[in-house]
Design a protein around this ligand. Structure first.
Ligand code: COA
Length: 391
């Protein structure tokens, strides 16, 4: 069994309204962005091809996108898979590629993820609203917005988290997006706390600036066996730990708690153990801020701070670019954007870029160990990866 797996290529497309490209062009663009970060790669190297796509049947009337990807990339891999795990499709695809290389079945894999949503918001919204339990919950008004709004209310009641603290997450992530040209809201620049707090209501207490947007975008990574990494790059980034856990629940009603995510804790515990690190060792993290309350709960359940202290963690500036543990340096889902199938891969791209010291204005000084966290549904599925620039 192969022990070390390296990321040797990693790139994202510009996120936002991408009416300038078709779905297949966006897919090719994502792969090209990753290949451009490598010294070389040849079609015959691609033994695995993993495509993360949540809703192309709904938004672009196209199924069978694994074959579409092989056609656009001109490759004939031994393993091809299309992965649909809602918002965590991307990290699941990476995990599957990692497992296939680790098992020795293949040496090198391309993992590409994308979504094209903005030209067809009605279908995109349908795609989001059918992720929770349609028969019992969505039909009665429990969707992502209202589910996370319930979590926000309960977190406020249990731990004293404030409206201001939710908005502080948005202010931070927009500030980071202002330093990331690929981010959807890059040109919006920094936003004030007042602007974030006074935005129009979406699902009380969550307003527009507490929500991630509807986005078009793609991301790709290339993974390979450790002993092959130098062929592709002088700066391999190593996958040191990986964890995945799920609640036996489709919707919110079977969750043991909506403010403490046990499946996230299990996934994180496995990843930390495999990497032989602790939360205090993490230099930079990309976490799943689909709504601002999610990022606050994640600070706690990833062990960055104690339970109930997430609001104070953002208020004290700990997760800012100049804080003790910068979180969502890319702008996060909130301000970089959330093209569902691409998101988990884009998080890995951001941490890879940080660990390579190539994040420009948003570079975290001396970043050596990074973490990604990607979730789906009402926090019912979680994937955590820990990366390092040291083998
Ligand atoms: N944050 C800040 N500004 C936003 C925004 C967001 N999340 N979403 C949209 N906007 C801005 C747009 O830039 C737009 O400005 P423009 O006209 O200058 O481009 C303006 O608001 C109107 O955009 P529109 O798309 O018409 O807004 P909307 O009311 O239809 O949609 C939301 C807003 C929040 C409902 C939508 O973005 C959404 O559904 N987000 C959640 C997505 C989701 O659930 N993802 C899965 C999470 S698990």
């Amino acid at each position: 069994m192969t022990s070390d797996i390296a990321i040797v290529g990693a790139g994202v497309t510009k996120f936002g309204k991408r009416h300038d490209v078709t779905y297949r062009e966006l897919l090719a663009e994502a792969a090209s962005e990753a290949f451009l970060t490598m010294d070389e790669i040849h079609p015959e190297d691609v033994e695995g091809l993993y495509v993360s796509a949540s809703m192309p049947e709904l938004t672009v009337d196209q199924a069978h996108v694994g074959n579409l990807a092989a056609q656009e990339l001109g490759v004939t891999p031994k393993i091809v898979s299309r992965i649909e795990m809602a918002c965590s499709s991307g990290s699941t695809a990476i995990r599957n590629a990692w497992a296939a290389i680790k098992s020795g079945m293949i040496d090198t894999a391309v993992v590409v993820g994308l979504e094209k949503m903005t030209h067809n918001p009605r279908q995109a919204n349908k795609g989001l609203c059918i992720v929770p339990d349609v028969e019992y919950e969505s039909i009665n008004g429990i969707t992502a917005y209202s589910g996370f709004a319930l979590a926000a209310r309960k977190h406020m009641k249990e731990y004293g988290t404030t409206r201001e603290q939710l908005s502080m997450v948005a202010v931070k992530n927009h500030s980071n997006a202002a330093k990331n040209e690929k981010a959807q809201f890059h040109s919006m620049g920094e936003i004030s706390l007042e602007k974030a707090m006074n935005a129009r209501m979406v699902a009380d207490p969550l307003n527009l600036f507490d929500c991630s947007p509807i986005t078009d975008g793609g991301a790709a990574v290339v993974l390979t066996r450790g002993d092959l990494a130098k062929k592709y790059t002088d700066q391999p980034i190593w996958i040191k730990g990986a964890g995945q856990s799920i609640e036996p629940s489709l919707g919110i009603s079977n969750m043991p708690s909506i403010t403490e995510w046990h499946a996230l804790k299990r996934a994180a515990k496995d990843a930390y153990k495999m990497a032989n690190v602790e939360p205090k060792d993490i230099d930079v993290a990309e976490t799943h801020d689909c709504f601002t309350i999610a990022e606050i709960i994640e600070y706690e359940d990833l062990g960055f701070t104690k339970k109930g202290n997430g609001g104070k963690f953002i208020e004290d500036g700990e997760s800012r670019l100049d804080g003790s543990l910068p979180v969502n340096t890319s702008g996060g889902l909130k301000a970089k954007g959330h093209p569902i199938g691409a998101t988990g891969i884009a998080q890995i791209v951001e941490i890879t870029t940080q660990l390579r010291g190539k994040a420009g204005k948003r570079q975290v000084d001396d970043a050596r160990i990074g973490l990604t966290h990607n979730l789906a549904g009402f926090a019912t599925h979680h994937v955590v990866h820990i990366l390092s620039n040291e083998r």
